[in-house]
Design a protein around this ligand. Structure first.
Ligand code: MF3
Ligand code: CO
Ligand code: CO
Length: 274
């Protein structure tokens, strides 16, 4: 592999508190990320009209256990499920339960697993029944926005460059970027510095270095960016009830760009890709 972390950086934290991982650590992240992505692949055929989000989560919990892995979300700050399932105007952190999917519902399923101590965190969009043109456009823009952000990942660029790439693309498409939630460093912990904002100005924020591991997970709304958290203390919704979408990958910075830890082994990831 082409990544090689400068030996002087071993175990180092940057001035912003961002951990620089070693070359050998990429393998652990690939293993954890691959499992999370495989679980999202396997759940795709179960996303059907009439299915409950609770049943999808139960299947995810079963797959995590079957793989001999651990769910990062069960027990995390009191959260009790193996996934977050966010339907329609739910932005993120939707709690799986008795809600029945109906024709045209679009949903994000977010899974984080721990394998040998490494965290793999990924989410993608699904549709129950027929995908509307409006929702398809939102989902496509959100997906492409994530990859605009990923394209900005290389040593010497800044986290502001990533946010700027995402924000300008989303706003050029007359949609809005959620400000209230962000991506995060991860590795041997679930949530670590830095906050990976999905908006920003070029050249601002910490400088990217080889060996940094983090997520990029833009949430995009058809309407305004404001959100509110419901009384359950988890479910975040758009204030204007507009449709919201999100995709998430876990990435590691290499000498020339980045590696994606959570690529779909089945080539899925987008609801129109099967
Ligand atoms: N997986 C989410 C993220 O992308 C975090 C979920 S925390 C939970 O960071 F407790 F809500 F599950
Ligand atoms: Co995340
Ligand atoms: Co996630």
């Amino acid at each position: 592999m082409e990544f090689r972390v400068d030996e002087r950086n071993r175990g180092r934290l940057t001035r912003d508190g961002i951990r620089i991982y070693e070359a050998a650590d990429f393998a652990g992240m690939h293993k954890a990320g691959r499992l999370a992505a495989e679980i999202l692949d396997a759940v795709a055929p179960l996303v059907q009209v009439g299915q409950t989000t609770g049943a999808l989560d139960a299947e995810i919990e079963r797959m995590v256990a079957e793989a001999g892995a651990t769910s990062a979300t069960i027990g995390y700050k009191g959260y009790q499920h193996a996934s977050c399932i966010s339907v329609n105007h739910v932005v993120c952190h939707g709690i799986p339960g008795p809600k029945v999917l109906k024709d045209g519902d679009v949903l994000n399923i977010d899974v984080t697993v721990v394998v040998d101590g490494w965290f793999g965190d990924t989410s993608r969009m699904y549709v129950a029944g027929k995908l509307s043109r409006r929702a398809e456009r939102l989902i496509q823009v959100t997906h492409d926005a994530l990859f605009k952000g990923i394209a900005a990942v290389k040593p010497g660029n800044t986290f502001g460059d990533i946010g700027h790439a995402i924000q300008t693309f989303v706003e050029a498409n007359r949609m809005s970027v959620v400000r209230d939630f962000c991506g995060h460093g991860l590795g041997r912990v679930f949530h670590a510095p830095p906050n990976v904002l999905h908006y920003g100005r070029p050249g601002t924020g910490p400088v990217l270095e080889e060996g940094m591991f983090f997520t990029i997970e833009p949430m995009v709304n058809l309407g305004r960016p404001e959100t509110k958290v419901l009384a359950d203390d988890w479910t975040a919704v758009t204030r204007d009830k507009s449709l919201s979408a999100q995709f998430e990958h876990s990435v590691g910075v290499t000498a020339t760009g980045c590696e994606l830890f959570t690529l779909s082994p089945a080539g899925k990831f987008h609801p129109t890709w099967g």
